[in-house]
Design a binder for this molecule. Structure first.
Ligand SMILES: C[S@@+](CC[C@H](N)C(=O)[O-])C[C@H]1O[C@@H](n2cnc3c(N)ncnc32)[C@H](O)[C@@H]1O
Length: 326
């Protein structure tokens, strides 16, 4: 198995477990788009398109929690029973179908989508196709009907989301490196034992051993800000402070289970961020995709950075293309 295939497999698994726990692990981000500007973008793009093409058959690739489908559901002229979505993570597709039962869900690698050629008038993707690689662009083209249209938002190298992904990667790697979870587990286990009347010595010595890891969390927060890693570092830091200052009021099993769940989730969060980091596209990669589109019958394609008011950094590449064979 090549490095690329290995990464893809790991990332797919990490996304699968993310969507499986999406309802109750809001501390861990999708690496997607929370900025209200995304809704404004899709509302304009869909509004325009569906005015001219009411009832267009639409496919969303790498749908995740169905953010794009949610925007689509608000647009006059869109019919959800003509909408399909694809994701490699089964739980993502199930989640979208629970929310939008009229939508057809397909669990598949975007490089090989088991649907008929030319089945869609509109193919969309918001931070989806680039995770699967260039084969997913080929698939999108294959599935596009004559006269069809593509709208992709793609990760922008050096953009706002990429920078936040890099800060998150740095933060999570540093938490792992200082052995935060093992040291905190030892510290709290000794703390709860001391509350139950055991000797305080082990608690004090575990506190000393944990101290450098706490300093590292402080350093991460001061370097990247409290919002880093979707506030996970700040959450760990302040929760631990609270428990430490009032440990006698906490239930040992509950706290240690919480800590174990956070420890288990961290490597998966790291994998998702690594997969996002690998999927970002620079200008040359975007030009490569545009050439590929042109060579496959979509010469009228354009790509530009997506900027939101008040932020100097782009949030995405907007890539749009129409199939000229109408
Ligand atoms: C960053 S999330 C974006 C989700 C959603 N479009 C959004 O904007 O919130 C990337 C999605 O791509 C999916 N994905 C990753 N690799 C894929 C592949 N090879 N084929 C299909 N989907 C894939 C993941 O499961 C995940 O749901």
């Amino acid at each position: 198995m090549s490095q690329d295939e290995l990464h893809k497999g790991e990332a797919a698994q990490a996304w699968d477990t993310y969507w499986e726990g999406a309802g109750d692990s809001s501390a861990f981000t999708s690496g997607g788009a929370g900025h209200p500007g995304f809704q404004a973008f899709w509302s304009d793009a869909f509004g325009e398109y569906f005015k001219q093409h009411p009832g267009a058959r639409t496919l969303d690739i790498g749908t995740g929690s169905g953010a794009v489908i949610e925007y689509l559901s608000l647009v006059p002229g869109a019919q959800l029973d003509k909408v399909s979505c694809v994701d490699i993570a089964e739980d993502a597709v199930n989640g979208v179908q629970d929310r939008f039962p009229a939508v057809t869900g397909v669990v598949a690698d975007a490089n090989q989508i088991p649907l008929e050629p030319g089945s869609f008038d509109l193919v969309t993707s918001q931070f989806g196709v680039e995770y699967a690689g260039p084969g997913a662009i080929d698939e999108a083209i294959r599935l596009l009907a004559p006269g069809g249209h593509l709208i992709f938002l793609l990760h922008f190298q050096g953009g706002a989301l990429h920078q936040s992904c890099q800060a998150t990667l740095d933060a999570l790697q540093r938490v792992q490196k200082v052995d935060f979870f093992a040291l905190t587990t030892a510290f709290l286990t000794a703390g709860f034992a001391a509350v139950r009347g055991a000797d305080r010595g082990p608690y004090d010595s575990a506190a000393k051993q944990l101290n450098p890891a706490i300093k590292e969390l402080e350093s991460i927060l001061s370097q990247h800000g409290e919002g880093v890693a979707d506030r996970t570092i700040e959450y760990l830091y302040s929760t631990l402070q609270n428990i430490h200052s009032r440990i006698e009021h906490y239930d040992a099993d509950e706290v240690l289970n919480w800590l174990a769940a956070m420890e288990q989730e961290l490597p998966k969060y790291l994998q998702r961020m690594e997969s996002m980091h690998r999927s970002v596209l620079n200008k040359a990669a975007i030009e490569g995709i545009r050439t590929m589109l042109a060579n496959k019958g979509l010469p009228q394609n354009q790509a530009q950075p997506l900027l939101f008011e008040g932020d100097p950094l782009p949030f995405a590449w907007v890539l749009q293309a129409s199939n000229a064979q109408a």
